[in-house]
Design a protein around this ligand. Structure first.
Ligand code: EPZ
Length: 418
């Protein structure tokens, strides 16, 4: 089992390139199933979840090709199966995003129920209700979601709660449905905007993506296109927090600051100096210790739940006391026990954590439990005295491209062993 070893105490300085967004490329790879020819995707991050999705598309019969660094081609014209097997879906719940495209394109689909994961039960009832609004007959049996529809019909649908995946699945079904679909209480994440931009380039008629009300006029078919994946705002936020914690000066390139208002505002509140233009962000702490910042996670444009663990690491060494509320997932504080091993002062009360900043953490062996928790442990290791060893880093490789190389390039003493 591979581990990451970090020697703390070095401020980060320099420039790092931000990769394409995991949470945009996964739904967009699923959307390629809607095209009538080979698609080319650029700025695709080299991630385990991307490989898993490529394997799933190949399992369905699509021809998936490596078009060179950061380029993936998908030719869906050879798809011969509409069944997404448990073996693949259980390793990555985003596989459920093939349901909408398969149903829209072929009129039927069978997708294994994705298991829960460490951060929560992660049900898919909102996906199913949304597709049923478009006229799909859906049953759940033997661990599979079985969906059928002669032709999906446009409809008005109000999501009970805001859901990124459900919005994406229903949007990808609606683009080929007959007539108009209006999605209310839709998720507004930048990754949904990127998915919509790709679908529009394929010939879909979508307006309102990025707002809570998305309107889709169904079309007969979608053509292939080329699409460059939007920058990963969570990877970007993670590196900015690393700079803020270590008191350094870091510039991110190929970033999208316009998708990161809530995170950038919290970094300013923590005392960071930020300089942004269209695709670059420079953070400078001038050697200062960050100030504690209160966090409440919310759907976009609120503070992203995927940045909660990283800001908890910052609050562990910040000047002051922070109150952190996790409102999206029911079990997203598993990094707390590991941070406590490094000497943090954190008290949990239900969905709220109170974090009292300590002058320093001390390195120790810790264990990653989920993707963003892994990142928070690396961040803590960057400032802890001595050596921090992080186990079970397969979680990390799902969502961060070459993170130890990128951090080493900024001056961190970090390596992968085993
Ligand atoms: C997406 O997950 C992201 N994953 C998550 O990123 C992210 O944390 C989450 O959105 C929230 O922003 C991808 O895009 C691949 P939701 P998703 O549906 O779509 C409940 C990461 O670290 N819910 O918006 O699964 C759900 O349990 C990952 O990159 C239902 O109840 O999230 C949660 O409490 C982690 N029924 C809330 O809604 C449903 O049918 C929001 O979940 C669907 C969701």
């Amino acid at each position: 089992m591979q581990k990451i070893v970090v020697e703390g105490g070095r401020p980060l300085n320099g420039e790092v390139r931000i990769s394409g967004a995991k949470n945009a490329v996964l739904p967009i790879l699923c959307a390629t199933l809607l095209a009538d020819g080979p698609m080319t995707l650029r700025n695709v991050p080299h991630l385990h979840d991307v490989h898993t999705t490529a394997r799933l598309l190949a399992e369905l019969g699509a021809r998936v090709g490596d078009g060179g660094p950061g380029v993936v081609t998908v030719d869906p014209t050879s798809v011969h199966s509409q069944v997404a097997p448990y073996e693949l879906v259980k390793t990555m719940r985003a596989s459920v995003l093939v349901l909408g495209p398969l149903l829209a394109r072929y009129g039927h689909a069978e997708v294994s129920l994705p298991g829960g994961c460490a951060i929560g039960s992660r049900p898919v009832d909102l996906h199913i209700k949304g597709l049923q609004s478009l006229g799909a007959q859906i049953s759940v049996e033997n661990g599979f979601i079985k969906a059928r529809a002669e032709r999906l019909r446009g409809a008005r649908h109000v999501f009970d709660i805001v859901s990124v995946g459900a919005t994406e699945n229903v949007l990808m079904a609606a683009v080929l449905a007959e007539g108009r679909t209006v999605l209310e209480n839709a998720a507004m994440e930048p990754e949904i905007v990127d998915l919509a931009e790709c679908l529009i380039a394929m010939g879909a008629n979508i307006s309102g993506a990025g707002t809570g009300r998305i309107v889709v006029e169904g079309v007969e078919k979608l053509r292939a296109c080329e699409h460059s994946v939007v920058a990963d705002r969570i990877e970007a936020g993670t590196f900015l927090v690393a700079a803020a914690m270590t008191g350094g000066r870091v510039t991110l390139t190929h970033a999208r600051p316009d998708t990161m208002d809530a995170v950038l505002d919290k970094l300013k509140e923590a005392g960071a100096e930020l300089d942004c233009d269209d695709d670059r962000i420079t953070i400078d702490m001038q050697g200062r210790r960050p100030k504690s910042v209160d966090i409440t996670t919310m759907p976009h444009p609120g503070f992203p739940t995927d940045m909660q663990a990283q800001f908890m690491a910052l609050n562990c060494v910040a000047d002051g006391v922070a109150v952190m509320n996790e409102t999206i997932f029911e079990n997203r504080f598993m990094h707390v026990n590991e941070l406590l091993r490094l000497g943090a002062d954190i008290r949990i009360d239900g969905h709220t954590a109170v974090v009292r900043g300590v002058p320093r953490l001390s390195g120790a062996p810790v264990m990653a439990t989920d993707l963003r928790a892994s990142a928070s442990l690396i961040l803590a290791g960057l400032v802890a005295e001595g050596t921090t060893t992080i186990d079970r880093i397969y979680h990390l490789d799902r969502g961060y491209e070459n993170i130890e190389q990128k951090l080493s390039g900024l001056g961190a003493r970090i390596s992968r062993i085993g």
